[in-house]
Ligand binder design. Structure first.
Ligand SMILES: NC(=O)c1ccc[n+]([C@@H]2O[C@H](COP(=O)([O-])OP(=O)(O)OC[C@H]3O[C@@H](n4cnc5c(N)ncnc54)[C@H](OP(=O)(O)O)[C@@H]3O)[C@@H](O)[C@H]2O)c1
Length: 277
């Protein structure tokens, strides 16, 4: 759908680019002509992914080990990208994750870990690329978040972090617009990706979850990547500070958290004023 030279000359950094949604974004950016660097914690994820993406794209995709929670590691990663490739025009803050838990049993450590990854980690990368390159030269940032508008029962920590990222992005969009930096967020709905393999066996019944989506299916990773690539391309040049929902209508309809009915349900009698018949 996109021209293969639409992003030629551009350098893109994709966190969590070795798996799932991030790998699809990295592949599509590479197919549009960008030089792509992928980064995540585990060298064992990033190295084979960089080799595989290089084969698919037909040009080198570089892998870097970096934990986005570690500010020194983030600064080193961004400086390495700028030293190796001379610039960083595109950042996709895709790296993230959480565990499923009723809110009342999330431990302080669990809460802090999820916020460190999904809010502070995205902030670390954003501020680092801004200071290293984008505020002087322009650039485009896209954050992958999650459906935040209706809350996200079972993921109170992560939805709080993601809503924070979206609010941060609206703020930075204004602060940095005149410096040529655009920043937007993409909220995926249910995506058929590696992320679901990280949950314990049986945590989700994915076949069943499709019923809750008006389109009655999960998104493919490419359907998320396409929106990201649109936003960072010249087609998105006048879009900043926005949150784009890519969810097949999921957030408009359906139950995510089944609340049992009381037995019996209360009687309903519509009250009358004393003068009414
Ligand atoms: N799948 C869905 O339905 C869905 C829906 C809404 C939002 N999302 C979000 O979309 C993003 C991608 O999800 P996915 O489905 O592709 O799952 P995934 O395969 O689990 O992707 C998460 C990626 O983030 C990296 N990562 C995690 N913690 C990191 C850290 N501290 N520093 C650097 N990298 C880190 C992981 O690599 P390492 O383990 O090597 O660090 C991995 O490559 C995540 O933020 C996820 O929460 C997914």
């Amino acid at each position: 759908m996109f021209r293969d030279d639409a992003l030629s000359g551009k350098v893109a950094l994709v966190t969590g680019g070795g798996t799932g949604i991030g790998a699809a974004i990295a592949r599509m950016l590479g197919q549009m002509g960008a030089t792509v660097v992928i980064a995540s914690r585990k060298a064992s994820n990033i190295e084979p992914a960089a080799a595989g993406l290089s084969r698919q794209v037909g040009r080198p995709v570089q892998g870097m080990a970096c934990d986005i929670r570690d500010r020194a590691a983030v600064d080193a990663c961004v400086n390495n990208v700028v030293s190796a490739h001379g610039r960083v025009d595109i950042l996709v803050n895709n790296g993230g994750g959480q565990f499923l838990s009723p809110a009342e049993v999330i431990t302080p450590r669990g809460w802090d870990a999820v916020v460190a990854t999904n809010l502070t980690g995205q902030w670390n990368m954003t501020q680092a690329v801004a200071n290293a390159w984008m505020l002087a030269n322009g650039g485009a940032i896209v954050n992958i978040t999650m459906l935040t508008a209706r809350g996200f029962p079972g993921m109170a920590h992560s939805v709080a972090a993601r809503a924070g990222v979206e609010a941060m992005s609206r703020t930075l969009a204004v602060e940095w617009a005149s410096r040529g930096v655009r920043i937007n967020s993409v909220e995926p709905g249910l995506v058929n990706s590696s992320g679901f393999r990280r949950y314990p066996e049986g945590a989700f019944d994915l076949r069943e979850l499709q019923r809750r989506v008006p389109m009655k299916r999960m998104a493919s990773v490419e359907e998320i990547a396409g929106t990201v690539c649109f936003l960072v391309s010249p087609l998105g040049a006048y879009i900043t500070g926005q949150t784009i929902v890519v969810d097949g209508g999921h957030s408009l309809w359906g139950d995510n958290w089944i609340i049992p009915d009381p037995e019996p349900l209360p009687e309903v009698v519509i009250p009358r004023e004393e003068w009414e018949e």
